[in-house]
Design a protein around this ligand. Structure first.
Ligand code: ACO
Length: 324
């Protein structure tokens, strides 16, 4: 028995912010951003919060998969930019789509979040607890970006993507590998909320810790190392040759990271599906947005092998090999 993707969906806010737009806000240029990252533009929310993107994605999934809403068992949303600490985005989705019999919760694993969530859903389904699930990665990173910091504000975008999965006899998740390295969690942080209360006399300023802070070079090194190792483990463990893989969907953080991964793994660059030029890094939404695009364009058919791999804050990484 496996867990198979039945439908994909994605939603990004309409407003496009180009590199030239950013060069009017901070000291940067289209040339620098494209050369160092491969990003040309990103979608930025003009007010909608993360749950709005997740709900729009969920509604697409219901329509595309023809989900009987009262039979939906599980909703997991991965995000580091939830509207509230509580309720979770998943519970807001549950309310908005009327999935009254589902269990809904959020998880946090930064840019690897979508695959961590898919991995959890897979275990519930394989254990026999549930028959189906909706997994969504949704982010409004624009609210956690310091728009005066050129080294980070050029990288990120807003949006959501997701899948609806069901228990299946064929296809589905073949092999996965996920991991974390908390020892180096300080190289990428964001969204710090201090302990403030009437008894606390410490007035230390922590506003800057709300923003995404990153040691770009260390994250870069971590990304290339962890993804390469993870993909190698998955391929070895599955006895599937790289030639049999139709597409690799990497986390859309930086085209140079993908080039290095492609060289180290000897996987032709053309096999990597890249759309960061149009969306930037949307964290947990990046892989499902790309998967949905591949699907919508009709570039994948049933039986194709697809490898999804990513890394993110935590630090976290995840790789999944699926049969479409
Ligand atoms: N425009 C122009 N110049 C810039 C910009 C910018 N937007 N940003 C930085 N610079 C300057 C720096 O100030 C520095 O100038 P200096 O040499 O005078 O000091 C110079 O460019 C080089 O800066 P570096 O930080 O060394 O540039 P680097 O080549 O490492 O590229 C980057 C930076 C793109 C952030 C890269 O390190 C990277 O992509 N790292 C991985 C980041 C990543 O993937 N993050 C997200 C993953 S996790 C998640 O998705 C949440």
């Amino acid at each position: 028995m496996t867990t198979r993707i039945i439908a994909t969906g994605a939603y990004v806010p309409e407003q496009v912010i180009t590199n030239d737009d950013l060069s009017k806000i901070v000291d940067t240029s289209d040339e620098w951003i494209v050369k160092r990252t491969g990003i040309k533009e990103r979608h930025i929310s003009l007010g909608d919060n993360t749950s709005a993107f997740a709900v729009k994605t969920a509604k697409q999934l219901i329509e595309k998969a023809g989900v009987e809403i009262k039979k939906l068992d599980l909703i997991i949303v991965a995000s580091v930019t939830a509207d509230y600490a509580t309720p979770s985005i998943a519970c807001i989705v549950q309310k908005e789509i009327g999935a009254s019999n589902a269990v809904a919760f959020d998880i946090s694993a930064a840019c690897s979040g979508f695959m961590f969530a898919l991995s959890i859903a897979d275990k519930y389904i394989k254990s026999g607890a549930y028959n189906n699930a909706m997994i969504i990665g949704a982010e409004t990173l624009s609210k956690m970006v310091d728009w005066s910091d050129r080294s980070t504000c050029v990288l990120f975008g807003d949006g959501a993507g997701g899948v609806y999965v069901e228990k299946s006899e064929t296809g589905g998740i073949i092999k996965e590998e996920i991991g974390t390295k908390g020892e180096i969690c300080g190289i990428l942080t964001g969204g710090y909320t201090p302990c403030t209360n009437i008894f606390n006399k410490n007035e230390e300023k922590t506003d800057h810790l709300w923003y995404i802070n990153m040691n770009g070079r260390e994250v870069f090194k971590f990304a290339t190392k962890s993804v390469v190792k993870s993909v190698e483990k998955v391929l070895e463990g599955s006895n599937i040759n790289i030639d049999e893989i139709k597409y690799v969907i990497p986390h859309q953080a930086n085209a140079r990271i993908v080039e290095i991964i492609s060289n180290k793994l000897k996987i032709p660059y053309e096999k990597f599906y890249i759309n960061m030029d149009r969306y930037g890094n949307t964290s947990s939404a990046s892989i499902p947005i790309a998967l949905n695009e591949l699907n919508e364009k009709g570039l994948i058919e049933r039986g194709n092998k697809i490898l999804m791999t990513g890394f993110g804050g935590g630090m976290t990484w995840a790789t999944m090999l699926i049969s479409w």
